[in-house]
Write a protein that binds this ligand. Structure first.
Ligand code: V0V
Length: 151
């Protein structure tokens, strides 16, 4: 008989970030920094995910706040390209931070939830990520994020 996976005390640590699909990253950064007052904490291109992205934070001392992730498509057939085509700009994903993404994926699979990838893939700043299909999460694309070593 297989040993059941250990169930972590809590699956999720906190909301890590909220992802917004945008057609033009620089234009979206301008709005979020100049009008809303957020600060760009990190920017990178993720070829595998087909995105150019920026992570924004408040910059306030001691603030432990979820970040805002701006996601622009590198190509029309990418996840963000298809999302923009179907729904237009807006909220694309909700990302939960986890401490052990492998354990959390195992537990969720045991509970009948579909994950998009067999193994976690590379996310922002060396993080490891996977996604719960929106059809299994009440219409919301849920991302699971285990932070990279540099965090
Ligand atoms: C699709 N649907 C969504 C959705 N995308 N519902 C809520 N939120 C979304 N973002 C709905 C869609 O309207 C359909 O509903 C249904 O799901 C099935 O759609 P589908 O034909 O499978 O749609 P696709 O081909 O657009 O694919 C959807 C998935 C795709 C979720 C499978 O977007 C994907 O692989 N996402 C994971 C990767 C990703 O999002 N990468 C970009 C961020 P009806 O019409 O059937 O009712 S990269 C990132 O976050 C990074 C790097 C990071 O954080 O570090």
């Amino acid at each position: 008989m297989e040993t059941p996976a250990a169930v972590p005390d809590h699956l999720f640590v906190c909301v890590d970030h909220v992802g917004l699909a945008v057609p033009d990253l620089d234009e979206a950064i301008r709005f979020h920094t100049e009008v809303l007052g957020w600060r760009v904490l990190h920017r990178e291109t993720n070829e595998e995910q087909g995105v150019e992205e920026a992570m924004l934070g408040t910059g306030a001392q001691g603030a432990e706040n979820a970040q805002i992730q701006l996601l622009a498509p590198l190509r029309p057939e990418s996840a963000i390209g298809k999302f923009l085509d179907r729904s237009g700009p807006g909220l694309q994903q909700l990302a939960y931070r986890v401490t052990d993404i492998d354990a959390v994926c195992t537990v969720l699979r045991e509970r009948g939830v579909r994950l998009l990838y067999d193994e976690p893939r590379r996310g922002t700043a060396g993080s490891r990520i996977n996604f719960v299909h929106p059809k299994d999460a009440k219409g919301v694309l849920l991302e699971l994020v285990e932070q990279g070593a540099g965090h």
